[in-house]
Design a protein around this ligand. Structure first.
Ligand SMILES: [Zn+2]
Length: 78
């Protein structure tokens, strides 16, 4: 279950914590939703409107913190 502190979302998966910065709730472009609609008027190469992540956050970036230690159960045979 994710935990949210301010703009940071903290997830735990197996032995790792993942910290991800969420969209800015005061952002003037996306108003905290994190996505903006880009129309062909903004980009001349676009054919139709697309939804892109806002510049106020990066949904593909996160901070990974390993927790706990790895226990080695196998040993080299002598
Ligand atoms: Zn934004």
């Amino acid at each position: 279950m994710p935990l949210t502190i301010g703009r940071w979302r903290i997830d735990r998966y197996e032995k790792t914590l993942y910290l991800q910065r969420q969209p800015d709730p005061k952002c003037s472009k996306c108003r905290g939703h994190g996505s903006v609609e880009v129309t062909p008027a903004d980009h001349d190469r676009l054919i139709e409107a697309v939804i892109e992540p806002c510049d106020c956050w990066d949904p593909f970036a996160n901070i990974r913190i390993p927790i706990g230690r790895t226990v080695i159960t196998e040993r080299y045979p002598f």
